[in-house]
Design a protein around this ligand. Structure first.
Ligand code: ZN
Length: 294
């Protein structure tokens, strides 16, 4: 169950109270009118409690309908709750600003009520992380500050979302093995030559795969993503088969962290991926699911 914005909740309670108040006033006026008409028509006063009982039942029914309406509003609010996404990129071998920054942040802004901020200054994020719902990591430029590394671990240990894209899941940090072991459940040390391959969805029922075709072709680097037996277990949602190695690798997966929702997207070398409709859908789904939006 997602916590509601306190302001929205207060507004809903106030609206509900006002609506019930209006109904009660209508009921009281109606009661006086009914009593007057009943007396004029010659009804005995003993029949009035019966009339009032019916009126009270109608009022209760209307109040329940209103309350149910508030519940619907609350669910809608949870689906559209404000979402702060902090996106990290930068490093070697990729046009990070263009594809991971500009293209992916534009894709994520298609979601309702989203703020997406991209930076390559990876060691300046600690103050921003406190207000971040989902952290997106694609960078292979190093985190040098122990405080940054600790803040990322704190972020997931507090149950907030993480989406790791392409270069972000590479084994880049020799001095920070916990990153791959705990947050990725493994990593990549190589890939097929850039080219076209097929991605096959293996878990179509998972929310991250909603609206994604059962299989699609993409021109990209096929990452040789390996699971770490000593790492956090992963749940594979889609795979790709490497002809170079004659082996099938995870393309999209969940890292089953005990506190946080973490999604790995191995795709994304350049615009052939970032402008691919399936990739864009996957990215939006991954962030929404990691943020626990319904
Ligand atoms: Zn790449």
């Amino acid at each position: 169950m997602d916590a509601l914005n306190p302001m929205q909740t207060a507004t809903q309670v106030l609206t509900f109270s006002l609506e019930v108040g209006i109904l009660r006033r209508m009921f009281n006026q109606h009661s006086r009118m009914t009593r007057f008409i009943a007396q004029r028509a010659g009804f005995k006063t003993t029949t009035l409690p019966m009339i009032h009982f019916v009126q009270r039942s109608v009022l209760l029914g209307l109040a329940l309908l209103l309350f149910n309406g508030c519940g619907t509003t609350a669910r809608r609010s949870a689906a559209n709750k404000p979402l702060n996404i902090l996106m990290l990129g930068g490093g070697s071998s990729h046009d990070f600003q263009k594809w991971f920054g500009d293209a992916d942040s534009a894709t994520l802004r298609e979601l309702p009520n989203v703020t997406a901020t991209y930076t390559e200054a990876v060691d300046t994020i600690v103050p921003q992380l406190a207000a971040t719902d989902v952290l997106y990591l694609s960078n292979n430029n190093p985190f040098t500050q122990a405080a940054t590394r600790q803040a990322i671990m704190d972020h997931v240990n507090q149950g907030r979302g993480l989406v790791i894209v392409h270069a972000g899941m590479w084994y880049s940090w020799r001095d920070w093995p916990e990153f791959n072991r705990v947050l990725v459940g493994g990593g990549s040390r190589g890939h097929d030559r850039f080219g076209e391959f097929e991605v096959k969805v293996t878990d179509p029922a998972h929310p991250v795969m909603a609206g994604v075709p059962a299989s699609f072709r993409i021109t990209d680097e096929l990452y040789w993503q390996e699971s770490d037996p000593a790492g956090t277990p992963i749940k594979v949602l889609a795979t790709a088969h490497s002809n170079q190695r004659n082996k099938t690798y995870p393309s999209i997966f969940i890292v089953e962290h005990p506190k946080a929702r973490i999604v790995g997207i191995a795709l994304g070398h350049d615009g052939k991926a970032h402008e691919h409709p399936a990739y864009k859908q996957l990215l939006k789904n991954a962030v929404s699911w990691a943020a626990r939006r319904p």
